[in-house]
Design a protein around this ligand. Structure first.
Ligand code: DGY
Length: 329
């Protein structure tokens, strides 16, 4: 645990729950004392509750639950800056009741996350993890007409479930592959329809007509287990599911059955439920399931921008200015 600037106790205190890239800590240190959980591992809950007790600001990650219990342990808290665009880990009602400002990091991770979603889509369709294992295991003995046949991505139909910023960025990439684009959204996206020929459809139609479905919805009580057994059964047996949003959008047990019984062809997951996914998960025994450890926004530039934006939000609130990216509520 690092505590900076202890000679200036009059300054506000910011608790940072993990090691951060770039200049984020330096930005905070200009105006505050900074207490950092100096590790790449999660701060134990008991430690978090103890260390937040005298904090004026909390810069946290999607792994920290900011709920009534935490707020009760943090009587001085004025701002919670989540270093993520998603904020299902924050109890917004409890924060609002205490008048605590909540911020996230929208915009700065859109393109990087869309890159990963498209990489997963290509990788599962063309069986890249299987091919890589095949070579490493010394099983590559010849060129064979039937070896590792996958599905074409070009010309296929992509369903974007939730055409917000990241969903739209994935759709733009798909256009380069000549894909037909269907999308769901709360309101029509005329610019996507003009620019990409995308078509808004109901969820049922998305399930029935997509060769690939890419998830870009926030996790809310309404979207939890949106991909349950019934939804997965409505997908094509040749279709693939790509999830870079939040794990609990998909019912993991139903997905396991869907992959084993051939209701769908495959799944590529950056996010899982539970998360982290234990190495003993049955999903990891399936060749048609690709899992990576929640790295959608994990480029040097993007993680640096996310950390700086979270820090700038904290600084703004501590200086009495409006934050750059408040979470609307
Ligand atoms: C987010 O920002 O919500 C991602 O899941 C992590 O970048």
């Amino acid at each position: 645990m690092r505590v900076h600037d202890t000679e200036m106790p009059q300054r506000p205190l910011v608790l940072v729950t993990r090691r951060l890239p770039g200049e984020a800590l330096a930005l905070l240190e200009r105006v505050a004392r900074v207490r950092v959980w100096d590790s790449d591992e999660e701060m134990p809950r008991r430690e978090l509750l103890a260390q937040v007790a005298d904090a004026d600001a909390l810069l946290c990650l999607l792994t920290e639950r900011v709920d009534a219990e935490l707020l009760a342990a943090a009587p001085r808290l004025r701002v919670v800056a989540n270093m993520a665009v998603g904020y299902d880990n924050l109890d917004l009602a409890a924060l609002a009741a205490r008048g605590i400002v909540a911020t996230n990091t929208p915009g700065v991770l859109t393109e990087t996350t869309a890159d990963l979603a498209f990489a997963l889509l290509l990788a599962i369709a063309r069986r890249l993890p299987e091919g890589e294992r095949f070579v490493r295991e010394g099983r590559w003995t010849t060129w064979a007409p039937l070896l590792l046949l996958g599905r074409d991505v070009h010309g296929a139909t992509l369903g974007i479930d939730g055409a917000g910023r990241i969903g739209a960025a994935v759709a733009r990439r798909a256009r380069g592959f000549g894909m037909t684009i269907l999308y769901t959204a709360r309101a029509p996206r005329p610019e996507l329809e003009r620019e990409l020929g995308a078509r808004q459809v109901a969820f049922d139609e998305l399930l029935a007509h997509s060769d690939f479905i890419s998830l870009h919805l926030p996790l809310t009580p309404e979207t939890r287990h949106r991909y349950d057994a019934a939804a997965l059964r409505r997908m094509r047996p040749t279709a693939y599911l790509v999830n870079t949003a939040r794990g609990p959008l998909v019912d993991s047990a139903a997905l396991d059955t869907a992959l084993r019984e051939g209701w769908i062809a495959g799944a590529a997951l950056d996010v899982t439920d539970p998360e982290p996914l234990p190495a003993t998960s049955p999903l990891l025994t399936l060749p048609n399931c690709l899992v990576v450890p929640h790295i959608g926004s994990a480029s040097v530039a993007t993680r640096t921008r996310m950390a700086s934006l979270a820090a700038e939000n904290v600084v703004a609130v501590l200086e009495g200015r409006p934050p750059l990216t408040p979470i609307p509520h």
